[in-house]
Design a binder for this molecule. Sequence first.
Ligand SMILES: [Zn+2]
Length: 109
Amino acid sequence: MSKDTPRCDLCARTARYHFAVAEPAGDPLGATRCARHAIFYQPVRRSAQRIAAVVGTVLFGINQADVVFTGRLTPLVVVKSVLTYAVPFSVSTYSALRINRLRDRDHTG
Ligand SMILES: [Zn+2]
């Protein structure tokens, strides 16, 4: 580990991610986060929630709405409905982290 290893802004662990744009009123240089804090980074989480709400609702309508609205709700349908929202949330979060990950060339001279 070199002395140029980037550190998380919150806990000083080795940073794995850098987000170029922080909050509108935040640091104009962005935020550097370790894996644990990147997953819960508010802009990433908020974006994933919005995408999950839109995409999850569309998928729910396509796949589960007829079952739910005809009164055939079972525990399996409930689990499937939760997963219908969890999948786009997870994909959005993964994608944001993947795009903003630091590579070795980002912090070595
Ligand atoms: Zn951290």
